[in-house]
Design a protein around this ligand. Structure first.
Ligand SMILES: C[S@@+](CC[C@H](N)C(=O)[O-])C[C@H]1O[C@@H](n2cnc3c(N)ncnc32)[C@H](O)[C@@H]1O
Length: 222
């Protein structure tokens, strides 16, 4: 499938796939969206409520590495340790990565390059507060002994990949969370929220990033 670069409204890039009619981020602003959904409503929220020294995070869809980069900045700023696992079935090529402007925009060129250079399927230290484990596989074959405080669920929309938004998928994700863990996602469709609830999650709707009315934070309570 052919992927190409797009500029979003906040000046940061995203990738578009015409065949699936999807972009990796919101056209209203890629950095703005990732910051809102995954950092502010995800790790920052959990850190404010739990105040732990370290967190295990699982991301579905490593993609451009933007969520990983923003999380690494947050970890460094807050002095917390993050073990970041990310699943990706179709990694970007070196040429695609080389034109993305997140490293420059966020003044993190070296860290961003290190994240993309990190070997797949092994844990790689990126800096003293952040280690990265990129899993090169599909979500349905992903297995781990780890359990996570947060899941960043950043799959393509259900219109493009409905098989990634089913009750069975959310049951798997529920089991991957620690008790009192949370899942955050940009998608708040009713059919998705009902699938999460059927899998055992307590689902809450929050204000979405610019251009999107709502997003979801779902809790594993026990
Ligand atoms: C919305 S994009 C992720 C954006 C990414 N989090 C970022 O910060 O750039 C969805 C990602 O899921 C990946 N993907 C699609 N189907 C997958 C599957 N079955 N298992 C794992 N990854 C998949 C795509 O290749 C793509 O990188």
């Amino acid at each position: 499938m052919k992927r190409h670069l797009q500029l979003t409204a906040d000046g940061s890039h995203t990738i578009q796939i015409d065949e699936l009619n999807v972009t990796y981020h919101s056209k209203h602003g890629a950095i703005q969206e990732s910051q809102h959904v995954f950092i502010d409503a995800g790790i920052s929220y959990l850190h404010q409520t739990k105040g732990l020294k370290e967190y295990q995070i699982l991301e579905m869809g490593f993609g451009t590495g933007l969520n990983a980069l923003l999380t690494s900045i947050f970890a460094d700023r807050m002095g917390i340790h993050v073990s970041y696992h990310s699943i990706e079935a179709f990694p970007l090529t070196a040429d695609e990565i080389s034109v993305l402007n997140y490293g420059t925009q966020l003044q993190q060129k070296s860290i961003f390059s290190q994240m993309h250079a990190a070997t797949w399927n092994t844990v790689m230290p990126i800096h003293s507060k952040f280690e990265l484990y990129k899993h090169h596989c599909k979500l349905n074959t992903f297995v781990t002994q780890e359990r996570f405080n947060i899941i960043y669920y950043d799959a393509f929309a259900p219109t493009a990949q409905p098989e990634l938004w089913t009750v069975e998928v959310f049951e798997k994700l529920y089991d991957l969370l620690k008790p009192e863990g949370i899942l955050v996602t940009y998608c708040s469709k009713g059919v998705v929220r009902r699938a999460m609830e059927a899998a055992g999650f307590r689902v809450t709707k929050l204000q979405g990033p610019p251009g999107k009315r709502e997003m979801v934070r779902a809790f594993r309570d026990h």
